[in-house]
Design a protein around this ligand. Sequence first.
Ligand SMILES: *Cc1c(COP(=O)(O)O)cnc(C)c1O
Length: 220
Amino acid sequence: MEDTAQRLAKVEAGIAAAAARAGRKPGEVQLIAVSKTQEAVSIRPLIAAGQRHFGENRVQEAADKWPALRAETPGITLHLIGQLQSNKAEEAVALFDAIHSVDRPSLVQALARACAKAGRQPQLFVQVNIGDEEQKGGCGVADLPALLAEATEAGLKIEGLMAIPPADVSPTPYFALLDELAERHALPLRSMGMSGDYGSAVILGATHVRVGTALFGTRA
Ligand SMILES: *Cc1c(COP(=O)(O)O)cnc(C)c1O
């Protein structure tokens, strides 16, 4: 069985190879290790191997796990990649360095209030429902311009877009569309690509890939 350091090296090599194919530098892509459902005992070896960027999908779980892990190792950045309820906006702003799931006007308003109160703003991504799937989170493609305008008006700086493409079909057209939307709105960051497809995401412009299973093994 591979150990954690070997898995990390393999993912980093995959990112570097994809970046090279696209004429990009590997340093342009940030690897976010998705540690949702993982206990501290599984996360520590990855930190020991040098990984510093982590992603969680729930505020409460992150608040339970990360203060202690952060106290052990300086320089950890924490990314919220799951849906955020407006009533958790303050807690999320206090805990996370980046929020990838800004997806509706009420959340924009809640985050604007929370950031003003805290005097800081995490890096923000608008999550786009890139396949316009009925049950999926994220802002509809057609609603993106209005949501971005609302964020600007509320004093929030949006730096990028995030998407989870539809399952069971090739993700590449969706990665290309997210890249195009980001370009159109002059947003520098693209959060796209997971364990099964981070290579093609990097080729198509990802600046942040969110990888869980390929680093930690299958989730329970
Ligand atoms: C769980 C999750 C990931 C990681 O998925 P893997 O297939 O385990 O790499 C990435 N992004 C989001 C939003 C997730 O919820």
